[in-house]
Design a protein around this ligand. Structure first.
Ligand SMILES: Nc1nc2c(ncn2[C@H]2C[C@H](O)[C@@H](COP(=O)(O)OP(=O)(O)OP(=O)(O)O)O2)c(=O)[nH]1
Length: 198
């Protein structure tokens, strides 16, 4: 049975490929901004947002390919005060987000939903807690000189790998969840489904 990844995320595609999961990747073709706005207006928290957006993406392609397993994913960030951050559109926005997060612990919530025949059949939400150190403004500029615009596609305005490791004092949770996919629970399920060997 084919697995379709309903995602344009390079990180998600790489995680699946590197883990030996055969899949086709396709853009989910949903208006995420409109969906996020509606979900926020309904008062959904970061966890519910991630789960609902992951399902939306998976459902959209599952209706087109009802015979395939379709995986949708989404990641949200909740700051210690409950504020939600998304992907920065400018370097200044990335700087502002990182200044707001430094010296605090925030949560990255990564959700995955699998649909078959237009119906959700599996879902998992995983949370990582990241304690960001109180880095200096000077160090922040060094980081952005090196990492902008590569971090423009990342929730929170950072990549953990590479120089991004210097942002953090401590991380509790899965590396994969930080990169946007609850990979280990997904692999478990794919073994149950017989997509992967056990
Ligand atoms: N390489 C890397 N990517 C990260 C990291 N943290 C988050 N990301 C990326 C993974 C996802 O592509 C993106 C999370 O944003 P979304 O969940 O909205 O996914 P995105 O719009 O990129 O793709 P999709 O909606 O799945 O088509 O941030 C990290 O530490 N390293």
């Amino acid at each position: 049975m084919t697995l379709i990844l309903a995602s344009q995320s390079a990180a998600r595609r790489a995680m699946l490929s590197d883990a030996g999961v055969p899949h086709d990747a396709m853009a989910p073709g949903v208006d995420e901004d409109a969906a996020k706005q509606a979900l926020r207006a309904e008062g959904n928290d970061a966890r519910r947002m991630a789960d609902a957006l992951a399902e939306l993406k998976a459902l959209k392609l599952s209706r087109r390919f009802p015979e395939a397993l379709v995986l949708g994913c989404d990641q949200t960030l909740a700051a210690v005060d409950g504020a939600m951050f998304d992907k920065p559109e400018t370097r200044d926005e990335a700087a502002a987000q990182l200044r707001a997060l430094r010296g605090t612990t925030h949560r990255l919530i990564s959700a995955a939903v699998i649909c078959l025949g237009g119906e959700p059949i599996w879902r998992h939400v995983d949370v990582a807690k990241l304690a960001m150190r109180d880095f200096s403004d000077g160090w922040l500029e060094t980081y952005l000189d090196a990492e902008w615009p590569a971090i423009a596609g990342c929730v929170g305005g950072y990549r953990l790998e590479g120089l991004g490791a210097q942002l953090f004092a401590r991380i509790d949770g899965s590396y994969f969840t930080v990169l946007g996919l609850p990979l280990l629970p997904l692999l478990d399920y794919l073994r149950v489904r017989g997509v992967l060997g056990s």
